[in-house]
Ligand binder design. Structure first.
Ligand code: FE2
Length: 311
């Protein structure tokens, strides 16, 4: 596997949600038969699909695989776990029995990102940018996420979901908050999927990579102009994964995160997964998280409506 390639969201109001993600910096592509209304990131392509649904719900995530051998390995693992799946030459579809999330693994090209420019910064005793303003304050272009980085879901049985994604699909655990959450990767990103223990299966947030902390701040500032209700939590820096973050909320209650400077794991042998407890599980610095970040306001309503999850 090489990465998180796409996601499909079920939402009650496709039009309003599409406008929100356009404001967020995605490009509206249009209706794709079988997928829904599709939006694209700058470098990840058509990564977000929206479909009408009674309540907000993450319907599917797409995972990229290098070749059919990858699919063969996953197939063998799923058989060992006794999980049913559908397979054809270039793809495999399976549902996490615990979170009910549909996962589609597809053979396809890797997403390549052009290297972001490293801009000079001044520091005490170090004038690396003499006689000039910081290039970041001169930026005028609208922030455009490079790609989808991770999704975070609540699962009724976090440990069982973790087993499904690691033993069934081959995700690796980067860090853990015991009994609460596991940060897992299917690429060199510190995490592409985070599964949290929750009273209902739901989507907590999606996260979109931008160039640097200035783009995190500029992006969120633009989103809040005329829409203070979109603010959830930021600016801050996570401890787990190290990324700068700012969380916003779409019109139906899904959180979306601008992030930059996430830990990258190129050599599995050199990364030491850790067990993190207490506040550091949430963040390293920033304003205190609002209670609604931990328990989204619509959780009770989602629980009431969750008796019959649909495909
Ligand atoms: Fe995140």
């Amino acid at each position: 596997m090489h990465g998180l390639t796409s996601m499909t969201l079920g939402v009650p109001d496709v039009g309003a949600v599409a406008s929100y993600y356009e404001d967020f910096g995605l490009r509206r592509v249009g209706d794709r038969p079988g997928r829904g209304l599709v939006l694209a990131t700058a470098e990840g392509g058509e990564q977000l699909a929206l479909r009408p649904a009674e309540r907000r719900r993450l319907l599917e995530i797409g995972i990229g695989a290098d070749d059919p051998d990858d699919l063969g390995r996953i197939e063998a693992s799923l058989r060992r776990l006794g999980v049913a799946f559908e397979r054809d030459a270039g793809s495999l579809r399976v549902r996490d029995p615990n979170s009910a999330l549909q996962v589609s693994v597809q053979v396809g090209p890797r997403i390549t990102e052009a290297a972001a420019k490293q801009e000079p910064t001044n520091g005490p005793g170090r004038a690396d940018r003499p006689n000039g303003r910081a290039p970041a304050v001169e930026r005028a272009a609208r922030v455009q996420p490079r790609r989808l980085g991770h999704v975070v879901i609540g699962s009724l049985d976090q440990e069982a979901s973790q087993r499904f994604f690691t033993e069934g699909l081959g995700f690796k655990v980067s860090d853990r908050v015991p009994g609460l959450a596991s940060f897992m990767r299917c690429s060199t990103d510190h995490h592409n999927l985070l599964v949290q223990q929750a009273p209902v299966n739901f989507l907590h947030h999606t996260a979109w990579e931008v160039d640097d902390v200035d783009e995190v701040g500029r992006g969120a500032t633009a989103m809040l102009e005329g829409h203070p209700e979109r603010h959830v939590w930021g600016l801050g820096r996570h401890h787990i994964g190290s990324n700068f973050f700012w969380y916003l909320k779409d019109p139906v209650g899904n959180f979306s995160e601008y992030y930059s400077d996430l830990d990258i794991i190129l050599d599995d042998q050199l990364w030491k997964p850790s067990v993190v407890e207490g506040a550091r599980g949430l963040y390293n610095w920033g304003p205190p998280p609002p209670p609604s970040f931990i328990h989204p306001e619509d959780l009770a309503a989602l629980m009431t409506g969750s008796h019959a999850p649909r495909a």
